[in-house]
Design a protein around this ligand. Structure first.
Ligand code: HEM
Length: 511
């Protein structure tokens, strides 16, 4: 079934490929044990709301460096969001299962009800399905089925990805109401991610151009495989290496996930709810209050960059102008110069630290379906209440299940703002912390906000490395192919085609 999902408009019924795969708990015993969960009380809900409120800071949009900056370039935030959208969707979408907005009381759901009814709208394999969609049904190419008409939107007749590109003016292609014609509409929900989607599409086109089978279909198939491997390699060896505790990553790679996947004795594949609803949302705290796309572009607040393509907001017109056929496309002024997001040059803007604060704009999300709702419109509140609603175990329970030392109440409280301390104490959250909050606080205490701490790293590494290891098509299971080595993925025959980092992808993509 084709559906369009986005934070912008909820679920629509056409235009997007949607997969349905299984969610489950990494530690079902904990999810079913009262002592491992937040209390199912209104007082707990109220304390979570107060905690979320205290987490949204008042920093005004400013040029870098800012008070919250980490040493990690801002591309790590949006590459993370791109990974998120490749792996997981709909924990906030199934109104029949999870309800936290519109004044609904937030009760703790029975985990059996959650796993029976909540479906992941993604195929969690890091296979770039947000780029390729289902991948064109090559046999039915050009036919009239929905799959092939979707293919015709995504691809040119020679199987390149459709792009809008005129000199330095670069955009994904757009249709009615400036909607991006891409497989996952969430990848157009902010300008930075939309431009990364463009870069990934262009990366594929460059990789395909570098193949020499003499036939578009064969070049396409090999290029798709190489792009997937390159993406997976970079996720592990650049992104995870940067945002996770390196010891935990090395341990997971060397000794295999111990709690997740086939190696841990779970017979069915699933996406862990602890990952989707809590741990992998850590990067919400890395989002800056403002960004600039390039030297000529003005500094724009994150609030304005969110939902930037919606024609319902008149101010968004400034981002667009018509192309030769009259179709609005992004102006050259806003095309991202990646030296502002990646590398170590003088232009680079840094991601914020992984800490217990989120940028101001994220407390008033401009997405129409969420706007004005005191819970859904506030990212910290919605993360915290979603966690309670979906019976996500506390940080301390997760630490216990992993067999690692958990943060003491003192470590949780010391150095925090008064507002946060008050909310933590009111909910007794310094003894039983909401997992999302715990993961953020742990990053501060153990890694000075530069990367995740032990529990956060374990959940993220177990899930991602586990997914890649369990997939026979992944780079980890294809070292027999000449393109795959410990040093990277060779995406073109001959020299100068080895991809090992995000920066390599951007360079090869020529963006
Ligand atoms: C400006 C950037 C971003 C915005 C505006 C945003 C907004 C949101 C919103 C509104 C939700 C649903 C919250 C709920 O009601 O439960 C969500 C879910 C989520 N976000 Fe973000 N997010 C951003 C960036 C990121 C990044 C950088 C990451 C990770 C690297 C991330 C990871 C996730 C995950 C894993 C989910 C759950 C997805 C699912 O339903 O399975 N987000 N985000």
């Amino acid at each position: 079934m084709f559906k369009r999902i986005s934070h912008i408009n909820g679920v629509e019924d056409d235009g997007e490929i949607l997969f349905a795969t299984q969610f489950d708990y990494l530690f079902p015993e904990a999810a079913n044990s009262k002592g491992c969960l937040l209390p199912d009380s209104e007082a707990c809900t109220a304390a979570l709301v107060n905690l979320g409120t205290a987490m949204a800071d008042d920093e005004l949009p400013a040029a870098p460096p800012d008070a919250f900056a980490s040493g990690n370039p801002a591309v790590f935030t949006y590459f993370g969001q791109f990974i998120d959208h490749d792996l997981t969707a709909r924990t906030d979408r199934e109104g029949s299962v999870t309800r936290i907005g519109n004044g609904d009381p937030v009760s703790r759901l029975d985990p059996a009800l959650v796993t029976a009814n909540l479906r992941n709208g993604r195929r969690p394999q890091l296979d770039l399905d947000a780029v390729f969609g289902e991948a064109p049904g090559l046999a039915g190419w050009g036919g009239a089925s929905p799959a092939s008409s979707q293919s015709q939107v995504l691809y040119t007749s020679s199987l390149d990805m459709h792009l809008y590109e005129h000199g330095a003016r670069r955009d994904v292609i757009r249709g009615d109401r400036r909607a991006a014609l891409i497989p996952d509409a969430r990848n157009d929900e902010n300008l930075n991610l939309s431009q990364l989607q463009f870069a990934m599409l262009r990366f594929f086109n460059e990789v395909k151009a570098a193949q020499n089978f003499g036939h578009d279909v064969e070049n396409y198939i090999r290029a798709r495989q190489l792009c997937r491997w390159a993406f997976q390699y970079v996720v592990v060896n650049d992104w995870l290496t940067t945002v996770c505790d390196p010891y935990v990553l090395r341990d997971t790679l060397a000794n295999g996930p111990r709690f997740f996947g086939s190696g841990a004795g779970r017979s069915k594949a699933f996406m862990p709810l602890e990952f989707s609803v809590a741990a992998f949302r850590f990067a919400h705290s890395m989002i800056r209050p403002s960004y600039r796309s390039n030297a000529a572009a003005p500094i724009e607040s994150i609030m304005d960059l969110l939902d930037f393509a919606s024609p319902d907001k008149a101010a968004n017109d400034r981002f667009f102008e018509p192309d030769a056929s009259g179709q609005p496309q992004l102006k050259e002024l806003y095309a991202i110069d990646w030296s502002f997001f990646s590398g170590s040059g003088p232009n680079v803007q840094f991601a914020r630290k992984i800490d217990t604060k989120i940028a101001k704009g994220l407390g008033t999300l401009p997405f129409s379906a969420r706007m004005g709702d005191p819970v859904l419109g506030h990212l910290a509140r919605s993360n915290l209440l979603r966690g309670k609603n979906l019976s996500i175990p506390t940080g301390q329970a997760m630490a216990d299940a992993f067999g690692v030392t958990f943060l003491t109440p003192n470590e949780i409280l010391t150095g925090e703002d008064a507002g946060i301390v008050d909310a933590l104490k009111a909910g007794h959250f310094h003894h039983r912390s909401p997992l999302w909050y715990y993961v953020l606080r742990e990053a501060v205490v153990q890694q000075d906000g530069e990367r995740l701490g032990e529990v956060g790293s374990r959940i993220v590494c177990e899930t991602i490395v586990g997914m890649i290891r369990d997939d026979l098509n992944s780079y980890l299971n294809n070292f027999h192919d000449g393109a795959v080595s410990e040093n990277g993925i060779d995406v073109k025959p001959g020299p100068n085609g080895q991809i090992a980092t995000i920066a390599d992808i951007l360079k090869f993509a020529k963006v």
